[in-house]
Ligand binder design. Structure first.
Ligand SMILES: *Cc1c(COP(=O)(O)O)cnc(C)c1O
Length: 398
């Protein structure tokens, strides 16, 4: 099992362990408490007219009203901005809200937006339903396009939205090559960086302008809260901040507290998710019922070279394409699983497996001779996970 884990990659994130313990908390301003407390509140009182006036200046809206956040919000946003390597962050009530409001903050009617064909399904639906209705032209591009995206750039192209690896199909994108072309044509690069988390991909080192986390996944890490966050470079921050505030989005302090708690163990959890995911994927790939495993950390897999070049590790989420399997056999597979839950989302401590409908694609149809499964390797013992999953595949194939 040991030689399956790319330890040389893990070492590249060593600084993260220490950073995650100390970021986003200041005990001295909270009576010595180790953790930033859950601050509740809408109204923030001023004691003098002068204090009130100083608080309501446009440069300092955060200090005047609960909708702009409080100490709990700031602690989380600061921690995320540092982890992502950006200038500042802003919270949203869900990962999808972070995606949609970031896009809305940047575009106007007549603009052209390029979105990876492998984007998270609801982001894609939002682009088709809402952006198009607002007069913004949406075009989906092949996630493997790389620098070839130059041919799709137009004077009206405002945003290039990337997500790597892609949702459900796990294509690794050449983000630096795409960002170079976007920059050349005056477009902003927005990335959904949820799969890698800020620990395993550093978006701003690869040309991204705004990075989004569905914090619901690895950052919260325990399947007990929904939360989103977007982080910008100094240049893009004002656009993001103003655009988001205009919509009045907030996140509750209890969810922010859970996310801050999640951050403390994020790198430790990710090591186990990574190791379990790789071991599980290797065993699944060798099973006779399996056509292909979609996991960029497996040597020889599609996207492995790019993943190795740009990423610092792999999370526990990957795809499995089964050989053609009649419905009763697929039911038997799911019925036999004991450790894997059947359900949406991922990034929690528990393992999940989800049957996936054929993903919508505008550029190239995915190679799916049989059913597609999305697997999340949780924090259980790797051998137990392998036994459970492969045992269920045996039962299905028998
Ligand atoms: C889950 C997910 C989202 C949405 O997050 P929610 O908090 O569920 O709204 C966005 N992007 C990706 C890649 C996701 O997996």
């Amino acid at each position: 099992m040991n030689n399956a884990i790319p330890f040389h990659l893990l070492e590249r994130t060593n600084g993260a362990d220490t950073h995650l313990v100390h970021t986003g908390r200041t005990p001295s301003v909270h009576g010595g408490l180790v953790n930033t407390p859950v601050c509740r509140g809408s109204t923030i009182l001023s004691s003098t007219l002068e204090e009130w006036e100083s608080r309501k200046t446009p440069e300092n809206p955060m200090a005047s009203y609960g909708r702009f956040g409080n100490a709990t919000t700031r602690a989380f946003e600061t921690a995320i901005a540092e982890m992502e390597g950006g200038y500042a962050s802003i919270v949203f009530p869900s990962g999808l809200a972070a995606c949609t409001h970031t896009l809305l903050a940047l575009v106007k009617p007549g603009d052209h937006v390029l979105i990876t064909d492998s984007a998270y399904g609801p982001t894609r639906t939002f682009a088709r339903n809402v952006l198009q209705r607002l007069g913004i032209e949406v075009e989906f591009f092949d996630p493997l396009i790389g620098g070839g995206i130059a041919a799709l750039m137009r004077p009206a192209t405002r945003v290039v939205f990337v997500e790597s690896p892609g949702s459900m199909t796990f294509e690794v994108q050449d983000i630096p090559a795409i960002a170079e072309q976007a920059k050349r044509h005056g477009a902003l690069v927005v990335m959904d960086n949820t799969w890698a988390s800020p620990i395993y991909f550093k978006p701003f080192e690869h040309g991204v302008d705004i990075s989004i986390q569905a914090a619901t996944k690895y950052i919260v890490g325990h399947s007990d809260a929904l939360l989103g966050v977007a982080t910008a470079t100094r240049e893009a921050w004002e656009l993001l901040r103003a655009g988001a505030h205009d919509f009045g989005q907030t996140a509750g302090p209890d969810d922010l507290f859970l996310a801050l708690r999640g951050i403390r163990s994020l790198s430790v959890r990710l090591r186990q998710h990574q190791a379990n995911g790789i071991v599980l994927a290797e065993h699944i790939a060798a099973h006779r019922a399996v056509h292909r495993v979609l996991h960029p950390a497996l040597p020889g897999s599609d996207g492995h070279a790019l993943w190795r070049r740009d990423f610092l590790g792999a999370s526990g989420l990957f795809g499995v394409v089964l050989k053609p399997m009649p419905r009763p056999q697929l039911s038997r597979f799911f019925a036999r699983l004991e450790l894997f839950g059947i359900g949406l989302s991922w990034g929690g401590f528990e393992s999940l497996v989800l049957p996936v409908d054929t993903p919508q694609r505008a550029t190239r149809a995915p190679d799916l001779p049989g059913p597609l499964l999305r697997v999340h390797a949780g924090l259980e013992n790797a051998s137990d996970l392998v036994r459970d999953f492969c045992g269920a595949l045996d039962a299905a194939a028998a």
